[in-house]
Design a protein around this ligand. Structure first.
Ligand code: FAD
Length: 290
């Protein structure tokens, strides 16, 4: 197996153009598991850890560009105020060791429906930036996930960053696992309030072939908050509204029965997660709008 170690993004893209069969490796927390279990034996690995451009984040106007190789630990420590939803999801990933190595770029590269970053990227209107020697493309997170472990990347492309608007109102993420840490989500859910657009984002993970937005739930809640004037004058949410939101989130999912949980359990758990996280976000709303 060839081991390719570029020192710059330009070199990495040139190598990927020459060797589209080379498997990128960032933190290696997915790739090394696959190699160890002999699930894949690539002809070449493209080590991205020396590419400094991938390991930085910066603020660009109202949005934050997070390099694909920024590990979860740094997102938690350095971006919790600007990207609270992504930081919350990052806190639930694996263990400290996995969070030190694992990256959002790797989560996107793996495109597992259970990846914890995905629901937050969907509700926060994230855009995935990808590059090749042919140029760069920006792909809305909603268009990035194409199927189980299948994303919109071309063979010669690398993920360079993910761009998210800095949060101006509360965001929440929660997942259900078989225990508190080191678990793949049985199901997960993220919610984001976008008061400037009178809009709510809601997305589910680990409950369909891809992570997905719960559009009917988003429209129901956005409409309800707008019709009752609650973006300007928030009041405690009616239980009936939270319950309906939860039902619509569950309806958006198409989970399977597997070792981690039944489809029926996942749907039920999603409706509970949706009600709860909405309650937390709404509780924080009046004081936290920028
Ligand atoms: C013990 C354990 C616990 C875990 N717990 C969780 C969890 O709780 N939640 C969760 O979501 N995940 C979990 N994971 C999975 C893994 O940690 C995450 O998916 C992580 O985000 C992968 O990041 P990485 O940098 O290590 O990716 P890598 O393993 O380096 O790469 C993953 C995939 O992405 C591709 N890739 C990486 N970077 C790029 C790039 N820049 N451009 C194009 N393709 C790229 C690789 O080729 C590969 O296909 C766990 C893994 C382990 C081993």
């Amino acid at each position: 197996m060839d081991f390719l170690r570029p020192d710059s993004l330009a070199e990495a893209l040139a190598l990927k153009a020459q060797r589209p069969d080379a498997v990128p490796i960032a933190g290696g927390t997915d790739v090394m598991v696959e190699l160890n279990f002999d699930h894949r034996r690539p002809a070449a690995l493209l080590d991205l850890t020396r590419v400094e451009d991938l390991r930085t984040w910066d603020v660009d106007g109202d949005s934050v560009r997070v390099g694909a190789g920024v590990p979860y630990t740094r997102i938690i420590e350095e971006l919790g105020d600007r990207l609270p939803g992504l930081a919350m999801a990052s806190r639930t990933v694996g263990s400290p060791q996995i969070r030190n190595r694992g990256t959002v770029g790797g989560n996107l590269g793996a495109a597992s429906p259970a990846g914890d970053a995905h629901p937050v990227l969907l509700v926060a209107d994230a855009v995935v930036e990808v590059a090749s020697t042919r140029g760069t493309r920006r792909i809305a997170a909603t268009d990035f996930y194409l199927g189980v472990k299948h994303n919109a990347l071309e063979p010669d492309e690398l993920i360079t960053s993910v761009r998210l608007p800095a949060a101006r109102a509360p965001q929440q993420f929660a997942k259900v696992g078989t225990r508190n840490a080191m678990v793949i989500a049985v199901c997960s859910f993220a919610v984001a309030l976008h008061p400037e657009q009178r809009r709510v984002g809601a997305a589910v993970g680990s409950a369909a072939p891809t992570p997905l937005r719960a559009s009917a739930a988003e429209e129901f809640l956005s409409g309800e908050l707008t019709a009752t004037g609650q973006w300007e004058s928030p009041r405690p949410l009616l239980d009936s509204v939270k319950r309906r939101f939860g039902e619509l989130v569950a309806e958006a999912a198409s989970p399977i029965d597997d070792v981690r949980g039944s489809a029926a359990y996942r749907k039920h758990a999603l409706s509970v997660l949706a009600r709860r996280t909405l309650g937390w976000a709404w509780q924080d709303y009046p004081g936290k709008v920028a």
